[in-house]
Design a protein around this ligand. Structure first.
Ligand SMILES: [Zn+2]
Length: 178
């Protein structure tokens, strides 16, 4: 179910006279409140070993969506935060690890299914480096393993989300899937 389908009453005045002409906005006829169901930006890092950039650091997800699959560390951007800061904060929170951001890579749209509701996201991917031997720690239950893989070891098939697969393919081959 999308967020637009989920909202039945106006959060401003409680009236059931809400209209959701599309999945991008709803408006209330009783109080003129209008709310835009904007895409949420997320960040993810293709984090390479600073001494051997043919190795990439991934996490194994401990929760759905994508439980048991590999993913790039990252998460949602907070209000008032830059994408770069969000990525550094997320990696620090998840793994206690400092990273150096090398460059912005690309973005792909995605849908985050959380507790039965679909939230559209725009996933922003960055290339970053870290020292493989600085011993990251798993700090949150959503991360069950830290995995280093060679870039040419078929990583793409083990990634949890199509947007991550696309970003990885773009990094490896410069192919930009539409
Ligand atoms: Zn209202």
């Amino acid at each position: 179910m999308t967020l637009g389908e989920k909202i039945r009453f106006c959060p401003g005045c409680g009236s059931p006279s809400v209209q959701t002409p599309n999945d991008r906005a709803f408006s209330c006829r009783a109080c003129d409140f209008e709310f835009f169901l904007n895409t949420a930006p997320t960040v993810a890092g293709l984090i390479l070993d600073s001494r051997n950039p043919e190795q990439i650091m991934l996490i194994r997800r401990g929760r759905d969506p994508g439980k048991g699959k590999l993913a790039m560390p990252g998460g949602f951007v907070d209000p008032g935060e830059s994408a770069e800061k969000a990525l550094q904060r997320e990696v620090l929170e998840e793994l206690g690890l400092s990273i150096e951001i090398d460059r912005y890579l690309c973005s792909f749209p995605n849908n985050d299914l959380y507790l039965g509701t679909i939230y559209p996201t725009l996933d922003l991917f960055f290339v970053a480096t870290t020292d493989r031997y600085s011993k990251p720690k798993m700090r949150l239950p959503e991360v069950v393993e830290i995995v280093w893989r060679a870039l040419n070891s078929g990583v793409e098939e083990d990634l949890a989300f199509p947007s991550m697969q696309a970003a990885f393919k773009y990094l490896r081959a410069g192919i930009f899937p539409i």
